[in-house]
Design a protein around this ligand. Sequence first.
Ligand SMILES: *Cc1c(COP(=O)(O)O)cnc(C)c1O
Length: 399
Amino acid sequence: MKFNTIPFNKPYLTGEELQYMQQSIRSGKVSGDGLFTHKCHTFFEQKFGFQKSLLTTSCTSALEMAALLLDLQPGDEVIVPSYTFVSTPNAFMLRGAKIVFADSTAFNPNLDATSLEGLITPRTRAIVPVHYAGIACDMDAIRAVASRHGLTVVEDAAQAIDSYYKGRPLGSLGELAAFSFHETKNIIAGEGGMLAINAPRFVKRAEVIWEKGTNRSAFFRGEVDKYNWVDVGSSFLPSDILAAVLWAQLEQMETIQARRQAIWKRYEAGLEPLRQQGIGLPNIPAYATNNGHIFYVVCRSLKERTALISTLKQANITPAFHYLSLHRSPFYATRHDGRPLPWADHYTDCLLRLPLYYELSDSEQQRVIDVISQFYWSQQLPLVRHQARRVAAALPVAG
Ligand SMILES: *Cc1c(COP(=O)(O)O)cnc(C)c1O
């Protein structure tokens, strides 16, 4: 039987995007900081309690804004997990910082907060936890280290919209936090991002950096009578047309999140029996919530993952692995201090993400679960037979 193809991701659009884009175009102001940008900012500030929100063209640019706000000097050090997207360290590299990579935990791919003390030097300026799969890092432990050493915490919350740590929204726990609205995330604008600013000392300057180093935002509000070049900055604002797309998504956030979480829970329930066959499933600490961003499995070896990928592909299902440990990347390997980071390497080799998108149907999802189940049960068979032979050999011969 021939099945339709199940892609890894399918961007979901709510249907209101075009209408809002038209509204933005008709408003006569399609550059940044317009009507829909303001709607989005207010939404984030009210819903998640961020002190200030600034939409950006990507999470990458929000991280670059954070690096500018930190006023990093060449040789300053920033601690980043090795198991993350390139943009997390790259934003700080651009400012001449030295990246000190932290390992992941055995429990899940988030950075190991217990390793932080050992990574701190007099040059350390910031810690950048990445909430992998939207599951919170151990923020109390990270914040404690940061306050002991006077460091800034920048959350890479690219995957973490509408997820919580001890009831507090992710993105509100660092002095700064960066979100992504790339088409692979839960809430999308095609490309897009946001910087959340939670420390009063950064608020004013963030707005200037956002507007090419000028005080244009204050000028628009009538606070100054001309705008001028007052600091460094760049063009970080998205067009209001993109903010219109984002607004259409934010209006439907609860529906989108509920559907993604339902799919996530169905994967967990369907694959749970395979734990005894050796499959690893996402571990969520008691302090964290799950926002249905990524469902992953952890295979026992690279070989097993390669075989599982090929089995899924034969069934027209497209899984995706990702994040090649950055401390071993072509760009950074020669710059890294040589410490082995075994858990980052483990997830590099063994983690596999399953299709998860709004329009994934129950029957399609069941196919994914069935193919993985068959893969693990059939792998087990030779072992069972082998064990059975050993048992039989050990038994006294009847008669
Ligand atoms: C997606 C992602 C980014 C980059 O987001 P863009 O909006 O594409 O720049 C950065 N960090 C993490 C952890 C991500 O998942």
